[in-house]
Design a protein around this ligand. Structure first.
Ligand SMILES: CC(C)(COP(=O)(O)OP(=O)(O)OC[C@H]1O[C@@H](n2cnc3c(N)ncnc32)[C@H](O)[C@@H]1OP(=O)(O)O)[C@@H](O)C(=O)NCCC(=O)NCCS
Length: 145
């Protein structure tokens, strides 16, 4: 297993798009659009790879010099519940710390809230609808020692 940064529009980015479409969009009867993907341009994108195949994906979008938004977190369906998601979140928190960010915020799908709670993210809003499903705002302060 290898965690790598993925460059926008690289061949690995194309693999990542397929995984995002399969895990995050198709189950909702939606498709990734070109317009939506243009938002990826400024993101830091990380993936878990095994034998050059992408297994999990996570984006960090800088909202300011101190805040990152975690988005597009997805693990291939046959590999969920085996620690891939946690590994990628912890990797991205190290990235945030090393690059002097102070906080990670995210919109958690309701089904994924227990996953983020286990990783010590806190709920900071009431539930709200986004892309037709319930979400909560969550966040975690990045500690600097
Ligand atoms: C949510 C998701 C990213 C979690 O990644 P994962 O690799 O499956 O999770 P992990 O194996 O690292 O799980 C870590 C812990 O969270 C728990 N957990 C993970 N997903 C959970 C869920 N949906 N409900 C309850 N607990 C969950 C695991 O049981 C595990 O607990 P443990 O440490 O006590 O064993 C992944 O399941 C996924 O891609 N789901 C579909 C897409 C999605 O909902 N993405 C999030 C959008 S905000």
């Amino acid at each position: 297993m290898e965690i790598k940064e993925i460059k926008y529009l690289s061949s690995e980015y194309e693999q990542a798009l397929e995984l995002r479409d399969k895990i995050l969009r198709k189950p909702l009867g939606m498709k990734l659009t070109e317009e939506f993907c243009r938002q990826d341009k400024e993101d830091f994108i990380f993936g878990i790879f095994e034998k050059n195949r992408i297994r999990a994906i996570l984006h960090l979008k800088p909202l300011s010099d101190s805040v990152l938004k975690m988005r597009q977190v997805a693990v291939d369906n046959t590999l969920q519940g085996k620690g891939y998601g946690s590994k990628l979140v912890m990797f991205s928190e190290r990235f945030a710390r090393n690059n002097n960010y102070k906080k990670i915020v995210l919109h958690a799908r309701k089904n994924a809230v227990p996953f983020y709670l286990k990783l010590n993210y806190k709920i900071t809003s009431d539930e709200f609808y986004e892309i037709g499903i319930l979400h909560f705002n969550m966040e975690k302060t990045i500690l600097h020692f």
